[in-house]
Design a protein around this ligand. Structure first.
Ligand code: ADP
Ligand code: MG
Length: 661
């Protein structure tokens, strides 16, 4: 294992990008915008920032590098700090939502694209950066696409700024064209090995089962090399990991295997395990989400198992909102995944789908997120940046007008936009919070209603991963502890209850452990709460507690979530007031199976599995919804006029353009 024998310096110099270090730096010196293309693992993410730092680009500003994924930002920053021999957060740090690991010393800053986007709000020219690297641009997250449009203007204004766009493979010419015909594309010569790809002869019924069988078969074969299995999401990863271990334990003769899951909600100390050599040098089997497709490169993978699915956020017109669902990957993704097996030597990729499925059921490339999701947050942000005519914003691939309208409609119902589509005072305040619009709204309304202390705790609890633990073999004990916290009419209040009890116990982690609650997540919620409180204070929003009056808290929840209101239809079954579709109480809800069936509930989100389940629910009064009156019941009529108005604007703009042509 060369990672063990070679020094960090040797490892760095072994990467393909090292061979072209100087010529690449020359191109960057001579151009303001450069597109850099290189195979995954060539060293773009970890080396480029350091080369620029070593060449003095850090002397008069920060070298910023954006990542579409939080895990990647954290993990890469840690690696670079290690390579530089400095503690993480000093010269090299990272920033993700609610977590800033940078300091005055920081010269290399990794961050999510969302963070840089928000920085544009307070510093539209991004003056403290000398270089911005938009890494993993091929991922085309909504935030990346909006940054593309904004940074195109920033480089036009700032001749001292270097903008570097990196991509794993495709799209280089498209990116170059976007920034103007003379933008150079620099290609890092790759070092990849042949990968044999095997398809199934017939479609498989259960990809988890098949992946497990395939992994065990590879493992029991004699050949060395680590295995990488792609899975769409956390649940599948957990099941797959557990079953592989279980099955191998049942085989006396099986050699040991280190099964290592990786997904975004996994604690970071577990995430770094995928890069380390397994104890005793045994074979590793990494079970990963899409994150391992291009964001994180693990050396030593010889076998890839690809079920051909990933989770994607897509606007679902039936439920009228974005839904995270499992979809077939694109052909481009499939080829990227195969490539992961050929980094260290010739490898094999086992596709759990047929060649026909590859050809007929997979798109050539993935549809950019901006064309398939609700853009309410983006609209709010652009409006705050005084981009008034969104239809004129320079998108690389403009979102469908219908998407834009839906997003503006969402904002309008929340009171963030006026009838003419301009930002209201409420909207301006909402944009200050790094939250979904309805949560921002809830905080602002809470200040008026006199329950902002409570809502702060609730919103913070909603911003961290699930806090309840159910350890194997102790499920009943865990469930009965959880029941103690449950407030029968509201999951939001149950969360508040947990937070308040924890605070009473002086934020004790011992208390968390005794109550089957994730201490880390609670600590995180407390940090988030502190940050949101600061934003409240800087917006002069009152911090007040409603004391024991929790009805007012529910009323406040109602006033922000009213678009998600549903009416009782049968036991555990509701029907959406907005779309008319049936929605069900989730079994984890405190309202589930309590024999208590309020006429109206609002929900935090809808998750779609076999049915539409409402996740995190609060009972509300019909009169509260009526009070929101024009905001809700006559909303449909108003919405018509609003949409009509928007359409007219579009038409007017179009005919104007026609006339100009
Ligand atoms: P690229 O961005 O071109 O895909 P990277 O810079 O991410 O390439 O990876 C270069 C090398 O650094 C790879 O060999 C990868 O395994 C290694 N590497 C990246 N992150 C870590 C980490 N957290 N720990 C150990 N090695 C890492
Ligand atoms: Mg990279």
């Amino acid at each position: 294992d060369f990672a063990l024998e070679k020094s960090i310096k040797e490892q760095r110099e072994y990467l393909p990008v090292f061979a072209v270090r100087q010529s690449m730096l020359n191109v960057i010196r001579d151009n303001n915008v450069v597109i850099i293309v290189g195979e995954t693992g060539s060293g773009k993410t970890t080396q480029l920032t350091q080369y620029l730092y070593e060449s003095g680009y850090g002397d008069h500003g920060t070298i910023g590098c954006t990542q579409p994924r939080r895990v990647a930002a954290m993990s890469v920053a840690a690696r670079v700090a290690e390579e530089m021999g400095v503690p993480l957060g000093n010269e090299c740090g990272y920033a993700i939502r609610f977590e800033d690991k940078t300091s005055d010393k920081t010269v290399i800053k990794y961050m999510t694209d969302g963070i840089l986007l928000r920085e544009c709000l307070s510093d539209p020219d991004l003056d403290h950066y000398s270089v911005i690297i938009m890494d993993e641009a091929h991922e085309r997250s909504v935030n990346t696409d909006v940054l593309f449009g904004l940074l195109r203007e920033v480089v036009a204004r700032r001749s001292d700024l270097k903008l570097i766009v990196t991509s794993a493979t495709m799209d280089a010419e498209k990116f170059a064209d976007f920034f103007g015909g003379n933008t150079p594309v620099f290609r890092i010569p790759g070092r990849t090995f042949k990968v044999d790809t095997f398809h199934r002869n017939a479609p498989v019924e259960d990809y988890v089962d098949e992946a497990i069988k395939q992994a065990i078969q590879i493992h029991l074969g004699a050949v060395d090399g680590d295995i990488l299995i792609f899975m769409p999401g956390q649940e599948d990863i957990e099941v797959t990991s557990a079953l592989i271990t279980e099955k191998l334990n049942g085989l006396d003769s099986a050699p040991p295997l280190a099964v290592l899951p990786i997904y975004s909600q996994l604690p970071s100390e577990k995430q770094s395990k995928i890069f380390q050599r397994a104890p005793g040098g045994i074979r590793k089997c990494i079970v990963a989400t899409n994150i391992a497709e291009t964001s994180l490169t693990v050396d030593g993978i010889f076998f890839v198992i690809d079920p051909g699915f990933c989770k994607m956020k897509v606007f679902n017109s039936k439920v009228g909102m974005d839904a995270l669902q499992v979809y077939p990957i694109s052909q481009a993704s499939a080829n990227q995944r195969s490539g992961r097996a050929g980094r260290t030597g010739p490898g094999q990729c086992f596709r759990l789908y047929t060649t026909r499925q590859f050809k007929d059921e997979m798109l050539v490339t993935t549809v950019p997120e901006i064309q398939r999701t609700n853009l309410a947050n983006v609209v709010l942000l652009l409006k705050s940046l005084q981009v008034d005519d969104l239809l004129k914003f320079h998108f690389m691939d403009p979102p469908p007008q219908e998407n834009m309208m839906n997003s503006m409609y969402t904002l309008w119902t929340l009171g963030a936009l006026d009838n003419a589509g301009n930002l209201t005072d409420m909207g301006r305040q909402m944009a200050d919070f790094p939250l979904d619009p309805s949560l921002s709204k809830m905080l602002i309304v809470a200040a008026e209603m006199g329950c902002s202390e409570e809502i702060l705790s609730i919103v913070s609890m909603l911003s961290v991963p699930s806090i309840f633990i159910r350890p194997k073999g102790r499920e009943e004990e865990a469930d009965s502890r959880k029941e103690k916290f449950q407030v029968s009419e509201s999951d939001h209040l149950s969360l508040l209850n947990v937070y308040n009890e924890w605070k009473k116990k002086k934020y004790s982690s011992r208390w968390c452990k005794d109550n089957f609650i994730q201490a880390k997540a609670m600590t995180r919620a407390r940090e988030v709460r502190g940050q949101l409180q600061e934003i409240m204070e800087s917006n002069k929003l009152a911090l007040v507690s409603s004391g024991t009056d929790w009805d007012i808290v529910r009323k406040c929840i109602c006033s922000a979530y009213f678009p998600n209101a549903t009416r009782l239809k049968g036991i555990g079954e509701y029907v959406s007031l907005r779309t008319g579709i049936p929605c069900f109480l989730h079994p984890t809800s405190s309202l589930f199976g309590m024999g208590y069936t309020p006429d109206y509930v609002v929900y935090h989100e809808l998750i779609m599995t076999t049915k539409e389940y409402m996740q995190c629910v609060t009972a509300v009064e019909g009169v509260w919804l009526a009070e929101l009156g024009p905001m809700f019941y006559s909303l449909k009529e108003q919405a018509l006029t609003f949409n009509e108005r928007m359409r007219e604007t579009v038409r007017a703009n179009e005919s104007m353009e026609d006339q100009l042509r």
